[in-house]
Each structure stands twice: as C-alpha cells, then as structure tokens.
Write a protein that binds this ligand. Structure first.
Ligand code: SF4
Length: 485
C-alpha cells in the first residue's frame, strides 16, 4: 500500500485535478498493485490506467451512475467489478476523489449523509425522522429583495405566533439525540421577526442542539437581544449580506439606509459577544454577482471593520457563492472565469493580510473554479425531480406547522408550493407522524414545470445522489452504489 510513501504532492492524490501528472499517477498505482501482489505485472498497466480514470471521473463528476462509467471505460461487468475492488485497495485514489474539483460535494454532503445511512432510508422509503429539520419561524420580513420568491406582502398573521411557537417547541423536543446539527432556523421569511426565537433557541440548546440562524440581521439590535436573551444560546448567527453600502442594499432589498443599520447591529453584536465571552459564532454569506468580483476586496475590509469592534473575537466564517442564475446553460465564459479566478486570488491575499483567522467556505462551484476546473453544475429539472422527494433527509416546518419538502417552497402564498406540503404538525400530530404518513401512504408529487425552483442547492445535491443510487441499484451495482460511501 502506498499510504506511508505519500506526500501532499503525491501524483495519485492529486490525479483528479486539472493539469495532473496522470502518467506518474498511473505508474504509482501500478507499483502499489503489483507490490502487494493484487495484480500481475501484465495486467497492471491497464488496471492502473482505468483506476486513475475512475478517480479523475468521480473527482469531477460525482453523480454519474456506475453503468455509464463502465461503458466509457469499455470494460465488461466482471472486469469493472474487479476494478471497483482494486480502487478500494489504494486509499490515495479515494483521497483524490474527495479532494478533487468536486470534492466539496463528497466531503460536505454525500459522505456525511452516507455514513448516517440517510440516503439508504430514502431509497428504501423508510419512514424515519428527517435528518435535518429547518424551522421557518418568521411571520414577516422587512426587506423586499428583488430575487426573493416571496409573494410581495405575503406574511403570516401575528395571531399564528403563539400556537406556532408551541408547535416549534414540540418539534424541537421530538428531534432524536445524536446529531447536534439536526436543526436550524431560517426562512421562508425573516426568523428574527418572531419574538419567540430566543426562547426556541434556548430550548434547542438545552436539548443539546446547536442551531444556526440564517438572518438578514436588520432586527439583530441590542433591544432585540435584551428582549430575547435566548438568542445567545444559538450556535451561530449567519447574516446574509445584500451589498456593502446603503445604495447596494436599497437596490436589492428596497429598504433605505438598511446597510448602515445591519453594520451597526453586527458591530454591536461583536462587542456584546466579546463582553459576554459568548461562544456563539458569527458568520456572513455573500453572493458574488457577475462582473462584481472586485467587491470581494471591499467585503474583506468590511469584515476587518467588524473585527475592530471586538479584536479578540473576529468574525468566524464567511460563505461565498457565485450567482450563475442569469446564464442559460449556467456556464461561465472564459473571460468571466479568468476574472473570477484572479478576483479570488486577490481576495485571498487580502484575507491573509486583514482577516487571517476567517474561515471561508466557497461552496461547490467556486471551489471547483479555484482548482481550475469547471464545476459540475446540477441541473435538476421536473423530469429528474423525485415524486417521493426526500423527507428522510430534510424537511422544513413553517409557523403554521406545514411541513415543506423543499427548502425554497416554505413561503406563504407561493404559487404551487402547497403541493410540496407533506402534512401539518399541530396538537395531536407530531413531525414524525407527518413523515410516517407521507412515506407510509406512498404519496407522490408529480413535478410541474418550474417546480425545480422550490429546490435549493442542497435539495438538488440530494436529488441527484438519490437518482444516481437508484440507477446503480437498478443496473445490478447495489453493492457498489454511489461509488464512494
Ligand atoms: S430574500 Fe430574505 S431578506 Fe430578502 S425579502 Fe426574501 S426573506 Fe426577506
């Protein structure tokens, strides 16, 4: 086995990346296979070549069914089965897939869910409790973002708050122990517009949960914190930024002077967090719009400014995403690609200088781009959506107790979204029962055109993986389904 001999520059561990030395990788794999006596010297070159191609393929295209790859390698089923066995004998090959351009899919989503058997439960249509539950507690939102799917003016009646919060408490109490990250607060609408958010956070923390709230932080004022001290029990506050000055914010959110207020709120939050020595994590999410990559430098300056408010407790994390939505095929032009890559380099240089402790998550697409490859963009369409959806993996519950099957469907009055409600949690009906009924009754939702917009990136990854696993099982590759697990 090569593990002892490998170094970070090992040609095998890097073989899925653009510009890799494939010949060196093939030779190294060949040596490993023959040294251990797994493969005879005659067969080793061809086997090693195919193994490296497998690593290269799945490091870039994680969702390909095995049968498609077998055909592209032009080998019969018995040989392919042996190849899959050999793949498992060389850990560096697996490492190459997990750290390849599409490695974020494997590391962040596919493998953690595989380890918990979550996909298997979905494939087997088992009525298990959802692995991740999103609570959407906000009755309204103060912004009107132009890209938001929310129906203008739609909100929940404030009279729903009391019963809604009692229902959320019951859901929190139902979440099985063992996964501290099983629950988060988001929307739907803005979570901080619910005056009971703090109490719900405390209840979740007392049960050993570590929820993050996804918020626009417009209402994250000192007054809110005084009224809702339970907010301090959250694991993290993740603020979606809609610009870096008042003009940008107003153009996106429709609200004047809103950036100034969000900035002031975050600065004060930083100070209070330091004073209280609260372990709560503070993070931001930011979307790079086409042609605006240079704004990332201003983003670093903004974060550095927040850090000045509490030098000992700098902002913890940043999630950066790129917005592909405007392009028909989702692909970047060569010029955009170069601009983004150069912009990211300059960004990292400034981060290193001004906010060195910042933990940055680039997401699937930008991570690929940073490695020099084109991300495999998921294009789930109604034809590839799954009528049984995946409540075993995740569901979202709104203030009325409605259990939404996709993350972008949980907005009030959203046209067609009600078809993706599995049922309603309320007095006498638990979330476990709603899921049990949906799965047990074998309910199917025939997707309509446009329904794909109810899915967020996570829903798309889960759907693509389940389709892949199903194809593998159907093709007789059940034991090796999904390639890596
Ligand atoms: S995107 Fe979020 S902050 Fe903007 S209007 Fe929609 S719910 Fe409100």
């Amino acid at each position: 086995m090569m593990s002892q001999a490998s170094t970070p520059a090992d040609p095998v561990t890097t073989c899925a990346r653009p510009g890799a030395d494939l010949a060196a990788a093939v030779q190294a794999v060949q040596r490993a296979l023959t040294a251990d006596g797994h493969v005879g010297a005659d067969a080793a070159p061809a086997v090693a070549r195919r193994l490296v191609r497998l690593a290269e393929h799945y490091g870039n295209h994680p969702f390909t069914p095995l049968e498609d790859v077998r055909r592209s390698l032009d080998v019969d089923r018995a040989s392919f089965s042996r190849l899959l066995g050999f793949f498992g004998l060389v850990p560096e090959l697996r490492h190459a897939v997990e750290t390849g351009p599409a490695g974020k899919y494997w590391q962040n989503t596919l493998l953690p869910l595989e380890r918990r058997g979550v996909f298997d439960s979905a494939l087997a249509h088992k009525p298990v409790f959802p692995y991740i539950v999103g609570l959407y507690p906000g009755p309204s939102c103060m912004f009107r973002c132009h890209f938001c799917v929310r129906v203008t003016g739609a909100r929940y009646d404030p009279s729903a708050l009391e019963s809604g919060n009692a229902m959320f408490e019951s859901v929190i109490d139902e979440i099985p122990a063992g996964n501290p990250y099983a629950m988060y607060f988001s929307g739907g609408l803005e979570p901080l517009t619910n005056p009971g958010l703090g109490a719900l956070s405390s209840r979740a923390a007392a049960r050993g949960l570590r929820p993050t709230v996804y918020t626009n932080s417009f209402a994250l004022t000192e007054r809110t914190l005084a009224r809702q001290p339970g907010v301090w029990d959250l694991h993290a506050v993740r603020t979606s930024l809609y610009g870096l000055n008042d003009e940008e914010y107003e153009a996106t959110t429709g609200k004047r002077a809103s950036f100034g207020r969000v900035r002031a709120n975050l600065q004060r939050f930083q100070q209070l967090r330091a004073e209280r020595e609260s372990p709560i994590r503070v993070g931001l999410s930011y979307i790079v719009l086409p042609g605006r990559v240079h704004r990332l430098l201003d983003l670093v300056d903004f974060i550095a400014e927040l850090n000045e408010a509490a030098p000992d407790r700098p902002v913890d994390f940043l999630n950066v995403r790129e917005d592909y939505s405007g392009r028909g095929d989702g692909r970047l032009s060569e010029a955009e690609r170069t601009e983004l890559q150069e912009g990211l380099l300059a960004f990292e240089e400034r981060v290193g200088r001004r906010t060195p402790t910042l933990n940055i998550d680039y997401g699937y697409a930008l991570h690929s781009l940073k490695t020099g490859a084109d991300a495999e963009l998921l294009r789930i369409r109604p034809g590839t959506m799954r009528p049984s959806v995946h409540p075993q993996v995740s569901v979202q519950v709104d203030l009325l107790g409605d259990v939404y099957l996709y993350r972008e469907a949980g907005f009030p009055d959203l046209d067609g979204a009600d078809r993706y409600i599995a049922g309603r949690v309320g007095p006498g009906t638990s979330l476990a029962e709603v899921v049990e009924r949906f799965v047990g009754d074998d309910r199917r939702i025939a997707p309509h055109d446009g329904d794909e917009y109810f899915m967020d990136g996570f829903d798309q990854v889960v759907t693509a993986r389940l389709n892949q696993l199903e194809a593998d099982v159907a093709a007789g590759w059940g034991d090796a389904r999904g390639f890596l697990r």
